[in-house]
Write a protein that binds this ligand. Structure first.
Ligand code: ADP
Ligand code: ZN
Length: 296
């Protein structure tokens, strides 16, 4: 059975794993994302040890971004204009290829998670769907007509503008580029700054959550109007507040106001906005799927 390497390259931590399939992991390491040299070096050492004993077929990387996911570009596989200090223009794919001499599949963390959900999770059989993560930032990926969403660069669904009622919410937002874009208003750090406590410490009946559901539903209504996904999978740390799903569905229904007439939205909203079926494993399983796709 072929063995694959998978990297969930997050802005806070890296997860590197070797596996034969989404339920067949042999080994995994996790470590904080420090500087590019050390962080990539640890990944190379981990895979090299394995590769010597049990050869790997390919490696897949789902990375924080922005990234260059275009295989025809000279900077393919780079993390590019990220605000994360020291990580601008970091070559991820080239480093792995040169060190391990293996094919490397690469995409955004959210497209990776989307691919994993498509293969093994909540998006099986769907050719057009969206994967949105709400964590340290907000990011979106997914597929249109069976192809992962790319473009000039790649979608940046967290940075869309949404209505901001300053009377209801005077908080100015925390996006360093736009202030009160969706991410600036609704990612984990925005919750923490607005309410003065980490998001995970806010009780389910805290007023934070109705406002949060409102912003996320506003974001979703725009995404639905532009991409027409058949399902929206919402993951990330903030969505561990599982009560948010029902609130978001209800806000979304109100915002759409009956305009998008599809039974999936009108009658089956609870199957339309859903958590990742792979749960916390969506990212690393997605990277595994990218490794498999790199040689298919
Ligand atoms: P990352 O975005 O770095 O990949 P996460 O998706 O875990 O990591 O997102 C981290 C953010 O999610 C933090 O802002 C944190 O406050 C928030 N978070 C983590 N766990 C919870 C939780 N149980 N409830 C609400 N927010 C959470
Ligand atoms: Zn922004």
């Amino acid at each position: 059975m072929p063995l694959w390497g998978a990297i969930e390259a997050g802005g806070t931590k890296f997860v590197c794993a070797v596996g034969a399939g989404p339920d067949e992991w042999l080994q995994e390491i996790r470590y904080p994302t420090t500087n590019p040299a050390d962080t990539r070096g640890q990944a190379v050492d981990f895979f090299r040890r394995h590769h010597r004993r049990n050869p790997l077929t390919a490696i897949g990387v789902g990375a924080f971004g922005p990234v260059d996911p275009d295989p025809r570009s000279s900077t393919f596989g780079y993390i590019t204009t990220t605000p994360k200090p020291g990580w601008q223009q970091t070559d991820v794919v080239g480093t792995l290829r040169r060190a391990l001499e293996l094919p490397v599949g690469f995409d955004t963390d959210v497209n990776a998670a989307a691919l994993g959900e498509h293969r093994w999770g909540a998006a099986q059989g769907l050719e057009t769907f969206t994967y949105l993560t709400v964590g340290t930032g907000i990011g979106g990926g997914g597929m249109a007509d069976g192809r992962l969403l790319h473009g000039l660069i790649h979608p940046e669904m967290g940075h869309i503008s949404i209505p901001h009622d300053l009377a209801r919410d005077p908080y100015s937002g925390c996006c360093p580029y736009h202030g009160d874009c969706l991410e600036g208003l609704a990612a984990g750090p925005a919750l923490q700054e607005r309410w003065g406590a980490p998001a995970q410490s806010l009780a389910p009946d805290h007023p934070a959550w109705s406002l949060e559901a409102h912003y996320l539903a506003l974001g979703l209504s725009n995404i639905l109007c532009i991409l027409s996904p058949r399902r929206v999978i919402m993951g990330g740390g903030v969505m561990l507040q599982t009560h948010l799903y029902a609130r978001i569905r209800s806000e979304l229904r109100q915002l759409l106001n009956g305009y998008l007439q599809a039974p999936e939205i009108i009658d089956r909203m609870d199957e339309f906005v859903v958590p990742p079926r792979l749960g916390q494993k969506a990212g690393i399983c997605g990277a595994l799927a990218l490794a498999m796709a790199a040689v298919s």
